[in-house]
Design a protein around this ligand. Sequence first.
Ligand SMILES: [Fe+2]
Ligand SMILES: [Fe+2]
Length: 197
Amino acid sequence: MVYTDIKIEDIQNWLKDNLVEERYIHSLGVMEAAVELAEMFDMDVEKARIAGLLHDAAKCFSNEKLLEIIKEHIPEVQECELLNYKTLHAPVSAYLAKTQFNVSDSEILDAIRWHTLGRCKMSDFEKVIFLADKIEARTRELAFRNECLELLKQENGLNKSMFKCFEATIKSLVDRRLAICHITIDVYNELLADIFA
Ligand SMILES: [Fe+2]
Ligand SMILES: [Fe+2]
């Protein structure tokens, strides 16, 4: 199945022009990790490849530009999603995937849309893209990657790895005295109940 009529090299060239080098390398890493996890969980590899590659397409836009696009084209973005500017690129990257790269597959668009905050009742595909972003081998910490890969081999491994990520994210937000969107807390509670109840 083909998920965009644009050649992968053309997408990569656009990303190269619109991301700083480290973020471009990270995007390639997420593409590779998404494929790795899709194979592990018997999912659509092509779908994972496109979602991984495009997940941070808007990452290097200015905050002003991100807010402008959200205001103009993505009114469903909630107030609490604007608490931390680092998460703004997720809905805008999904918007770019749809409008710039002609992706219409809702699973790809949702996985990109929710790759920063997560959301309750995430699909397994959304979890795979979320995790690929955290454990890609090119720029992320190797120890964290290996710990997540170990968890992924266990029963309920997707949720166990997701929980590890949310635990780390919430701790880090608290340590830096940054605001936490209630969506993040809701996902943490959902995973906690699923794993430890
Ligand atoms: Fe991102
Ligand atoms: Fe990313």
